[in-house]
Write a protein that binds this ligand. Structure first.
Ligand code: ASC
Length: 162
């Protein structure tokens, strides 16, 4: 790489980083609420059949289970518990047509370390579930599903008002 190319490459990297941080800084509170609710809805839609199969409520279907588990992992990579919980999004946004409510508890912001740890537990459980799905081992898949259910419930009990 010659010097000019190198400078151009560096410039592009900094420009991209700048655009990203501007986009994050400019995210409106109602957009953050809408984003996290949509992501969690998709998480729930994918986890529902997995939980039902693991509990024997519906027949085990390896293809559906695996597809849903891999989608859970990739949707979770959007980091719903991270950038979509900026300060100031613990209450409905006055005048907002997008998000009229939020069930996020104030503990998300008053106990950030605890919230982060709960999210980390969920991350570990979700990665484990996807690994089990890739292995194709039915028992491992069902058992990993239990871990995800517990992680979801644990975090929702503490941080999500019903
Ligand atoms: C879901 C969903 C949740 C969790 C929780 C797991 O599918 O919508 O909130 O799983 O019920 O215990």
């Amino acid at each position: 790489m010659n010097r000019n190319t190198k400078h151009l490459a560096m410039g592009l990297i900094f420009a991209a980083a700048g655009v990203t941080s501007i986009a994050m800084a400019a995210m409106k509170p109602e957009d953050a609420i809408h984003a996290r609710q949509s992501i969690m809805r998709v998480m729930g839609l994918n986890f529902g059949p997995i939980a039902a199969m693991a509990q024997g409520k519906i027949p085990f279907d390896k293809k559906v289970f695996s597809a849903n588990a891999l989608r859970l992992e990739s949707v979770w990579e959007m980091n719903p518990t991270g950038r979509f919980f900026p300060k100031g999004t613990d209450k409905p946004i006055p005048g907002s047509k997008i998000a009229d409510y939020t069930n996020a508890k104030p503990e998300i912001w008053s106990k950030p370390a605890k919230f982060k740890q709960a999210a980390q537990h969920a991350n570990e459980a979700i990665v484990k579930l996807a690994q089990a799905a890739r292995s194709g081992d039915e028992d491992a898949m069902k058992s990993a599903a239990g871990g995800v259910g517990k992680a979801c419930k644990g975090c929702h009990d503490d941080f999500h008002a019903k």
